[in-house]
Design a binder for this molecule. Structure first.
Ligand code: CUA
Length: 364
């Protein structure tokens, strides 16, 4: 009779530990575009400080408790022939100690936590307001001060405090851009808010954080932090065709003021043909668009497309904004994002798609 040799513990570890280490290290690869551990604004840094304070206390408690446990296991382990240990019940001194120590630790965690909650509730004076409206499944951003309406990509100037006021147009959503700190639910008929100031230029991704239906996982957002000059330029461009500016009429003064060109008047064939298709194929039923009668309409089911060509991504963060992806989206939006409100009354022909792609991409 033969026995299979059972590997000893060290032999097993030689196989499993390296595999475990590789699996764990794989999580350190980065980049971490949505890590709350890399705060990029004042609000996020305050939250991070509270988190780190709590972690430090938790580590201390863990080390002391597990240390005491291991010490007891080895120091008092039973040996053959030991007498039955002494049986005790209740020890007032020990009970007082193990009540007072956790209470003190909780106080050290509670004080900074409550202080931070109050600090983050106070909106700093002079903050720039942005209204965030959740839709199934995209985000609308309105800038009452700048009179701009846009979708999915929120531009903010570095160095200025932004207060984000959040609500929903349909079901519950939650606006969350992890590197700016707060996650706030979007309710119908009331606003939640948070604020942040950042000096980090660049684009930061966010994600809807409340289950809101089939495409909840594809309800992304982008915060684009620009220098104040670049932001002012972006605002001047966006004001053309904005439903908040003189019923959509181009803010002539703003455009004359800047070094920017006014959006191309529909004189070239791309614009003329595109606009005809945009109206004829029904796009106009759901989307506001500069140069069309819908430019001045604020309440719409779909994103304002007046500057869609300038956005980095399509379909709430799903696709890179390229001509190929725009054509893919127009060809069969339900195949790209099933359940989306983007439904075509009838399929577009390839000729119509190429005209519309050129038209939409021209709207920078
Ligand atoms: Cu919107 Cu989940």
């Amino acid at each position: 009779m033969s026995f299979r040799k059972v590997p000893s513990w060290p032999a097993r570890c030689r196989v499993w530990l390296p595999l475990l280490a590789v699996a764990l290290l794989a999580a350190c690869g980065g980049p971490f575009p949505q890590s709350t551990l890399i705060p990029k604004g004042d609000f996020a840094r305050m939250v991070d400080e509270v988190f780190l304070t709590t972690v430090k206390w938790a580590v201390l408690v863990f080390v002391l408790v597990e240390g005491a446990l291991l010490y007891a296991i080895f120091r008092f382990r039973g040996k053959p022939g030991d007498p039955r240990p002494e049986q005790t019940h209740g020890n007032t001194t020990v009970e007082v100690i193990w009540t007072v120590i956790p209470a003190a630790i909780l106080a050290f965690i509670a004080v900074p936590t409550v202080r931070t909650i109050f600090r983050t509730e106070e909106i700093p004076a002079g903050a720039m307001e942005i209204e965030v409206i959740g839709h199934q499944w995209w985000w609308e951003f309105r800038y009452p001060e700048q009179k701009v309406v846009t979708a999915n990509e929120m531009h903010v100037p570095a160095g200025r405090t932004v207060v984000v006021k959040i609500r929903t147009a349909d079901v519950l959503h939650s606006f969350w851009v992890p590197q700016f700190g707060a996650k706030r639910d979007a309710f119908p008929g009331r606003y939640t808010h948070f604020w942040f100031t950042t000096d980090s230029l660049g684009s930061f991704t966010g994600q809807c954080a409340e289950f809101c239906g089939m495409q909840h996982g594809r309800m992304g957002s982008l915060v684009v932090v620009q220098t104040p000059q670049d932001f002012a330029q972006w605002v001047a461009i966006q004001q053309a065709g904005s439903p908040l500016v003189n019923n959509g009429v181009v803010a002539a003064a703003a455009l004359a003021d800047s070094s920017l060109k006014a959006p191309a008047a529909p004189v070239d064939s791309v614009m003329i043909k595109g606009q005809q298709e945009f109206m004829a194929t029904g796009c106009i039923g759901c989307h506001a668009m500069v140069g069309t009668p819908t430019a001045g309409v604020l309440a719409f089911q779909g994103p304002n497309l007046s500057h869609v060509g300038s956005r980095q991504r399509l379909a709430a963060g799903m696709l890179e904004n390229t001509p190929e992806n725009l054509a893919l989206w127009l060809r069969d939006p339900q195949k790209v994002k099933a359940g989306s409100l983007m439904k075509l009354p009838q399929p577009l022909t390839e000729a119509q798609i190429s005209v519309l792609v050129a038209y939409l991409r021209a709207h920078q």
